[in-house]
Design a protein around this ligand. Structure first.
Ligand SMILES: [Zn+2]
Length: 255
């Protein structure tokens, strides 16, 4: 079933350039086209991800950040934040949690999209990258309870960032999950966005695989292409509406 709902804003938090494009880009592109503010937070800049003689990490990071910026533009994201943690060695530390909390309190997303730290295997030929698991754990731990707790990382207030609890978390579930977003209209955008990662694609054409995975997710749900999520609701609808109407009233008065 298509639970299409259009959030005011969404922040995707991942490990590497291209992670969003492989996974949730169809959803984000659909939301962006509906008017949502979209932010990407990349924990690393994929600096060990170019296997080429003489390539330094600094150069690789530059190339990959440029590719991500292009992909973000194709998807319709408003901003891309690079946290520049070391690629291949990402750890879900308190320091990383705080960096992510800072971004959540600054951008104040309605939705956070992140990975599932419990996914280790995919079939018999893939081990989920440890950076993906670390980014997913750090993101979830930042979302709850840290970002919404005023007395945790309270020093961020000095930077002007007040506590913020996102309304929902969309955890990417690799074809499983309870909520499926129909991406028929943004499938082509997802493919173009992944193609922007030229250093990773090389001669490989991602189109058949992306279509196959998205078709698999849409199977039995009357969707040609879909992306699946486990959705955790942190703020119920009524509380969220009240909070937002209070917020818009107070901004109206102050103008
Ligand atoms: Zn990755």
């Amino acid at each position: 079933m298509d639970e299409f709902y259009l959030p005011e804003s969404a922040m995707a938090i991942v490990a590497h350039p291209d992670d969003i494009e492989y996974s949730c880009a169809g959803t984000l592109a659909r939301w962006a086209r509906g008017g949502s503010r979209i932010s990407f937070v990349l924990c690393t800049s994929g600096d060990v991800g170019i296997d080429q003689q003489g390539m330094t990490r600094i150069e690789a990071a530059k190339i990959r950040e440029a590719e991500e910026l292009l992909a973000a533009e194709i998807i319709g994201a408003k901003e891309v934040i690079f946290l520049r943690e070391p690629d291949g060695m990402l750890q879900p530390t308190l320091e990383l949690r705080k960096k992510i909390v800072r971004e959540i309190r600054r951008f104040r997303p309605e939705i956070v999209i992140c990975g599932d730290p419990t996914i280790v295997w995919a079939g018999n030929d893939y081990i989920n990258h440890p950076d993906h698991r670390a980014a997913a754990a750090a993101a979830l731990d930042a979302v709850f309870p840290a970002a919404g707790q005023p007395n945790l990382f309270e020093e961020l207030r000095e930077e002007g960032f007040e506590a913020h609890k996102p309304r929902k978390v969309y955890v990417m579930s690799w074809g499983e999950g309870e909520v499926f977003v129909n991406i028929e209209d943004t499938m082509d955008i997802k493919i173009s966005a992944l193609r922007a990662h030229k250093s990773q694609m090389k001669e490989w054409d991602p189109e058949p695989s992306l279509r196959e995975w998205a078709a698999e997710s849409g199977k039995g749900k009357e969707m040609a292409y879909a992306e699946g999520y486990r959705v955790v609701t942190l703020v119920d609808d009524e509380t969220w509406q009240n909070r937002n109407s209070r917020w818009s009233e107070s901004t109206t008065h102050s103008q």
